[in-house]
Design a binder for this molecule. Structure first.
Ligand SMILES: Nc1nc2c(c(=O)[nH]1)N[C@H]1C(S)=C(S)[C@@H](COP(=O)(O)OP(=O)(O)OC[C@H]3O[C@@H](n4cnc5c(=O)[nH]c(N)nc54)[C@H](O)[C@@H]3O)O[C@H]1N2
Ligand SMILES: Nc1nc2c(c(=O)[nH]1)N[C@H]1C(S)=C(S)[C@@H](COP(=O)(O)OP(=O)(O)OC[C@H]3O[C@@H](n4cnc5c(=O)[nH]c(N)nc54)[C@H](O)[C@@H]3O)O[C@H]1N2
Ligand code: SF4
Ligand SMILES: [Mo]
Length: 689
């Protein structure tokens, strides 16, 4: 691997992109070798701290298993190295053939969490639209959009993270910030130092739950019953801002009437949370409003009514008066940047993507296809064939539900191109693998809406033969005949200049400020001067839009989701994150693997005893779609509810998504139910050596 660094010896400041927190880092280089990554000062996002994954970015960059040359699959399943020109020529020829035979929409793209969003997503969307296909898919069919939709349907904007440090009460629902969002922790510490209280609602006693004033452990999927109970108590106590409700909201009466049945006793029966705990949380809310940060995570979103879980939480937050105040539901200011996506103009409209008819609200808000439905189209079970797919920075063969079906679908394609660092389960199914560039090898613009900051990342190094994503899309577009029109920029610097044009910010100014610039100072209570960006211009406790789709206009509680049966008596919840792993990534970093050796299923000691399972025994977990063998970890009885088991979801060789159905979907977002699958469990052997 021949590496060039931008400076022979010295330091380069940039943003860490090992996750979407985007902390400021300093990359240390000596004699052309990256020697260390340390936190950089000056960015309020991370305030001079970074996590172990950020520190390990160079382990990724120099990883001995990294794919450094384009690969083509041979008929026997092995791969041969080919030149980049040949790979791109052959891919373009095949795409043209598919387009001629089946129409452009027979080819799609799938963007993964590896490149995140914003600019890299923009390239992917731009490319496929310019090709003439509407079929853009992404990990956002299973991530984030449930939270986004839940907030956007109520207030018209997404809550891009409260400023926790100014809260008097922090309420966390289905989120585990010390692991998932390390930068939040400094803000929590600030707030706690000033006396703020902490409520954590989670079926699993996670690290943040251990620090809470009130920790409540609901049955998975039942949170909305608790939240309705809190809404009921807030309304009963009359402490909400009735003037605000009158002027700025629609549907309050409907919410108030519906909430009445959610007495603390009813909440206890539905959720398993003691009535005293609900009353205690309501007391804290009364005491601290409006200075409350409600923050909902994947634990609420990955459910059968995930969007409505989040809507309910957003309604509670609005009733507490926390709209567009620092610690509340913050309304971010838009920054004018050029649009890379060709969203509404700039290229002919290719029509609606796969899944838009099944989940119209998802499509309306996200303008993307539904990836779970796309899998059916690949298998010939759609209205038309999906024959070709380019996957960039995703590993759906591990991370999407019903993985055996996903793998079969990927293998059935006439053309599968995977843009990757490593030989993943998804890459193994590809006809062509193109080597991916790490974030250290590209320059891109990032906007952080919480702090209203804009950043430019620095290209720190390059590896001979590896081009960053922009050049992949550009060079493929050129071969397909639309490169000059849609990818005219000679390098990333030119793209970045194009993006910045409407903002009035000069690229040189951003280059000079690696810790970022504030693009607009924070204004609060914008609703005093402008309507909420919802159809009615008000906060929508009831949504006429959802009603027009035949969906409940207020987020009625529908029960927790799929029920346990005699055949599948346990509830499996998945995806509680681990500090050192990121989804399906980082298992190949040796020092991390020493900590997490193999996939485990956490189980309550009484359940384990009833099944004759001892700690570290091998168990089989099975559902109506598949099965998996993993190691049992018998946890402390406080850690999990009885009847609930938990498995991490990213293990390459043990994908728990094999047992998760893809056909139980949230009616608004189309999301699968990652956090409530009825399963059976049996002991199959003793501990592995
Ligand atoms: N280290 C690390 N950080 C990550 C990731 C990673 O893989 N590793 N992944 C990133 C990604 S892609 C995402 S989307 C975010 C996710 O980050 P968050 O949205 O903060 O979600 P998680 O931390 O996964 O927390 C989920 C929590 O919800 C709980 N939970 C499960 N079911 C329920 C339920 O029914 N009700 C309630 N109240 N809680 C429930 C789980 O026990 C778990 O503690 O994290 C990001 N950060
Ligand atoms: N059961 C269960 N399943 C889940 C979840 C759950 O909680 N439970 N969580 C879901 C969530 S929230 C998400 S976000 C999805 C994520 O699902 P995916 O989008 O599939 O994310 P990753 O597993 O991180 O896969 C990213 C891949 O991209 C590669 N990569 C990383 N950076 C780059 C880059 O810069 N360029 C290129 N070309 N490649 C790169 C990595 O090597 C990795 O193989 O998984 C979901 N799956
Ligand atoms: S939290 Fe860790 S991995 Fe994420 S950006 Fe910050 S340092 Fe990087
Ligand atoms: Mo995610």
């Amino acid at each position: 691997m021949k590496v060039g660094t931008v400076v022979e010896t010295g330091r380069v400041k940039t943003l860490c992109r090992m996750c979407n927190s985007r902390c400021s880092i300093t990359v240390h280089i000596r004699d052309g070798v990256i020697t260390e990554i340390t936190p950089a000062e000056g960015n309020p996002v991370n305030n001079g701290r970074i996590c172990p994954r950020g520190k390990s970015a160079a382990d990724f960059f120099y990883h001995p298993e990294r794919i450094c040359r384009p690969l083509k699959r041979r008929p026997d399943g092995s791969f041969e190295e080919i030149s980049r020109d040949r790979a791109l020529d052959e891919i373009a020829a095949k795409m043209t053939e598919l387009k001629d035979r089946h129409g452009a929409r027979a080819v799609g793209v799938w963007k993964g969490e590896g490149v995140g969003f914003q600019q890299q997503e923009g390239y992917v969307r731009r490319f496929i639209k310019a090709f003439g296909s509407p079929n853009y898919f992404s990990n956002d069919s299973v991530c984030f959009n449930g939270r986004f939709l839940g907030h956007a349907l109520v207030t018209g904007f997404w809550n891009p993270y409260p400023v926790f440090s100014s809260a008097r009460l922090i309420v966390l629902l289905g989120t585990n910030p010390p692991v998932c969002h390390p930068p939040f922790m400094a803000e929590f510490a600030d707030a706690r130092a000033k006396g703020a209280r902490l409520v954590v609602i989670d079926p699993r006693l996670n690290p943040i739950g251990c620090r809470a004033d009130v920790f409540a452990q609901p049955r998975p999927g039942a949170d909305a019953a608790l939240i309705w109970g809190l809404i009921n108590l807030v309304i009963e106590s009359g402490g909400y801002d009735s003037e605000f409700i009158k002027r700025y909201t629609v549907g309050f009466e409907k919410v108030a009437t519906y909430a009445r049945r959610f007495t603390p006793g009813y909440v206890e029966r539905e959720t398993g949370i003691l009535a005293e705990a609900t009353l205690k949380i309501a007391d804290l809310i009364r005491e601290c409003r409006p200075h409350i940060s409600f923050y909902s995570g994947a634990g609420l979103e990955h459910h059968q009514n995930g969007v409505d879980n989040i809507r309910t939480a957003a309604i509670l937050a609005c009733l507490c008066g926390g709209i567009d105040i620092d610690c509340g539901l913050a309304w971010p200011e838009k920054i004018p940047l050029s649009d890379l996506t060709l969203r509404d103009r700039g290229a002919p409209d290719p029509g609606e993507p796969i899944g838009a008819d099944r989940f119209p609200a998802f499509f309306r808000f996200t303008r993307e296809g539904h990836s779970l439905t796309a899998v059916d189209y690949m298998l010939g079970r759609g209205e038309y064939p999906l024959k070709g797919l380019i996957v960039m920075a995703a590993n759906p063969a591990v991370t999407n539900p019903n993985t055996d079906k996903v793998v079969a679908a990927l293998k059935s394609l006439d053309l599968l191109v995977v843009h990757e660092f490593f030989m993943t389960a998804t890459a193994r199914a590809a006809h062509y693998i193109l080597p991916g560039a790490t974030f250290l090898e590209r320059s891109e613009i990032h906007v952080n809406s919480k702090f209203q900051r804009i950043h430019l990342t620095a290209k720190v190094a390059e590896v001979e033969g590896i081009e960053s994503g922009y050049f992949f899309w550009r060079d493929l577009a050129q071969r397909l005949g639309f490169g000059e029109q849609y990818f005219p920029w000679k390098d990333e610097t030119e793209v970045n200049r194009f993006l910045l044009q409407p903002s009035g910010i000069a690229l040189e100014d951003l280059e000079a400020r690696p810790e970022g610039l504030v693009y607009k100072s924070v204004r609060r209570k914008k609703y005093d001067t402008e309507p909420f960006p919802t159809p009615s211009g008000r906060v929508e406790f009831a949504s006429a839009y959802l009603k027009s789709l035949g969906l409940p206009e207020i987020p009625e509680y529908q029960g927790p989701g799929p029920q346990a049966t005699t055949e599948y008596p346990f509830i499996l919840t998945t995806g509680g994150r681990m500090t050192l792993f990121y989804l399906s990534r980082h298992q190949n970093i040796k020092k991390f693997r020493l900590v997490h050796q193999r996939a485990q299923m956490e189980i309550h000691p009484d359940d384990a005893a009833a099944l004759g399972i001892a700690d570290r025994d091998e168990v089989r977990i099975f559902s109506r779609v598949g099965e998996l063998r993993v190691e049992a970890r018998v946890v402390h009885r406080a850690e999990l509810r009885r009847g609930v088991v938990e498995v991490y979801h990213g293990w390459e060789e043990s994908p728990i998504n094999r047992v998760i159905p893809d056909d139980v979907n949230d009616p608004i977002s189309g999301f699968p139910v990652f956090k409530r699958t009825p399963v059976g469990i049996e002991r199959t052997g003793g501990p592995r050596p």
